[in-house]
Design a protein around this ligand. Sequence first.
Ligand code: R5P
Length: 300
Amino acid sequence: MRKIMVLGGSCGGHIAVRIARLGDYELGDIEVRKFPDGETYIRLVSNVADKDVVYVNSIAKDVNDLLIETLFTLETLKELGAKKVYAVIPYFPYARQDERFNPGEVVSFNVVARMLERAGIDEVWTIDLHLHRVEDISKLFKIPARNLTAVKELCAYMKEIYRLEKPFIIGPDEEAEQWARVASEYFDSEYDVLEKQRLSAEKVVVKPKHIRDFKGRDVLIIDDIISTGGTIVEAVKVIKNMNAGDIYVAVTHALLVKNALTKILKAGVKDVVSTDTVLSPTSRVTVAPLIVRELSKIGE
Ligand code: R5P
């Protein structure tokens, strides 16, 4: 098997370092900066020729700049002789624009997928991808693609730090069922999902599917993304009305737009925990071991 080199982009360097240390892989170096006019300059400082390269970059927050950075880097890796290129995009952008909701709209999710394929990469990996109307990642890509989940890692943290024993698991909407189910298996406890209607990018209405009395039992809300925080705040209102004890929130990707974290904590949540796919004050679980485990399967 060829040697693996791990490279991190502007929003993936912290994960790349952890992967390299944990898996004992070579850590490569890239220079990324801006030209005075705002254009992106990238230089692969390390020699990638004849190596299998794992390039890690989340495409979040500074979405369009990071997309350009990722595409420029991936295409150049192959030009410079990398044998195989694995694009690890822990936070995959534009996943919520997976359909033409109104006439003439760009289906950005598909466009991003095509751009990555055209960059000549061999595989794309992501974590807890927001799959809603596209129900499987293999339907999005024509190249091999893996969607890993960090839910067990998040649950392990909650169990260790908060000594949570059989919390009731809540997914704030029907799409969150996939993560709520994994968490309920981890804790060997029950789960349910709520009903969410999105009125605008910032406004949602959340209702219970089943009326329950938690009688003071702790509740763990599991979701893939916190963006504006609207979903979690509305879910918390519903759960509080059902006599929950302590309410905790665990999500994979904490984008935390504007004052999302303050809003959620003020709503009465005891703690919000996320992974390091996008760095934030809530990033307390690293996804590096998840990626290293997957890398150990390469060539199997
Ligand atoms: C959408 O369905 C996702 O799973 C999240 O629930 C959503 O993106 C969260 O967004 P916000 O925090 O803005 O409500």
